[in-house]
Design a protein around this ligand. Sequence first.
Ligand SMILES: Nc1nc2c(ncn2[C@@H]2O[C@H](COP(=O)(O)OP(=O)(O)OP(=O)(O)O)[C@@H](O)[C@H]2O)c(=O)[nH]1
Ligand SMILES: [Mg+2]
Length: 450
Amino acid sequence: MNETICALATSPGGAIGIIRISGPQALEILSRVFRGKGDAQTFSANTIHYGHIVEYDAVSQHHVPIDEVMVSVFRAPYSYTGEDSAEICCHGSRYILNKVLALLIEKGCRQAGPGEFTQRAYLNGKMDLSQAEAVADLIASTNKATHQMAMSQLRGHFSSQLAQLREQLLKLTSLLELELDFSDHEDLEFADRSELLELTKTIDHQITSLATSFETGQALKQGIPVAIVGKTNVGKSTLLNRLLKDDRAIVSDIHGTTRDTIEDTIDINGITFRFIDTAGIRQTTDEIEQIGISRTYAAIDKARIILWLIDAAPTSEEIHEMRERCNDKSLIIIQNKIDKNPNIPEGTIAISAKFGTNLNELESAIYEAANIPTLQGNDVIVTNARHYDALTRAHSHLQRVLDGMAQNISGDLLSEDLRLTLDTLAEITGGQITPNEVLGNIFKNFCVGK
Ligand SMILES: Nc1nc2c(ncn2[C@@H]2O[C@H](COP(=O)(O)OP(=O)(O)OP(=O)(O)O)[C@@H](O)[C@H]2O)c(=O)[nH]1
Ligand SMILES: [Mg+2]
């Protein structure tokens, strides 16, 4: 971290491009390329300066301007990275930006790797690991839900829940140790085992509920899977196209048009849904269509919501079979083609996919069925596989503690598993010393310049 790094922080193509510099020599290197009022090395923290980035021209023996810029100056520790840093606002020309970067490198900067600014922010204690990861999620967020989850994590709500868990685990450990210290006083009972058991269960419950939120987190990140199923020709592909407002799937009045599954996403009320059009279900000897139909069943298994499209009232066996197949998922039965057939079976939503009738009602029903908890500012939903993995392992360590307690095992044997639980939770925020390899893995998926 004694190197000073630089990188383009904006994506190319905009009117303005921002180049970031961070490190102990940030202002010194800046002063070598910047000409404005005063020397950049003397600029005070949190100030903006107008001037030019200049390059020395050996032929004319003069400094020639490369761009007219604004420079923001931050001083350690009050910057994103916690180091001295500067941001040069240039015009967005690819030529200018490359030229300025090359100049900075020539004057002593090193090109930053992916996520290196954020990695430094973490190493300098500006944020913990889970917050650093939230920065990447925030940049990648595409809708209200993903934005909210990333923002909550960045603001440290997850970190503070973990800190509370840590506190409770430490309390548990110390109660057990107390029991040990006085274990030769046989008649003294310091920590009531049943109380300890209750406390452990509460902690475990909190850990598992964080872990289970991962499924929702994943669904919100990747889009909640919704399968559109039904017999051939009922209008599944027409409905998909309607929802996507795009001619995505082939529609025809030939039965068995769709063979493969077709997926795409749309947002409803700020939540992304991933719709999967499927091959119509019927008895067929066509081998390829049979494969398509088995994919339909696989799509049902994967989905959280099933849209069962019908064009005539199903028999009670058919209803029973579909309910069995969908067991714990939300099943929405949709009567299509109401323009042709106004008979609406009970318990269905009636639409015309072809003419777009009642689509709003259907979208509301889909949104309801997703049953997404309305995220409050402080709500924590785990969205990161690394965090999920750590929570799951913490849960299994704690499970051993619980088993041990049930068998009345002595405190010293329990405390080893308690320590493992603590260490595993600490991996999430990086409270323990995090190996370089792990850090490298986390930051490699970041963009350069963040
Ligand atoms: N009248 C009317 N026709 C519709 C409606 N929706 C779809 N259709 C027609 O029904 C036929 C079949 O539509 P598709 O969307 O291809 O049906 P599908 O369920 O995808 O069929 P497969 O892919 O073969 O399983 C087409 O001719 C559509 O134009 C509707 O709401 N009203
Ligand atoms: Mg189709």
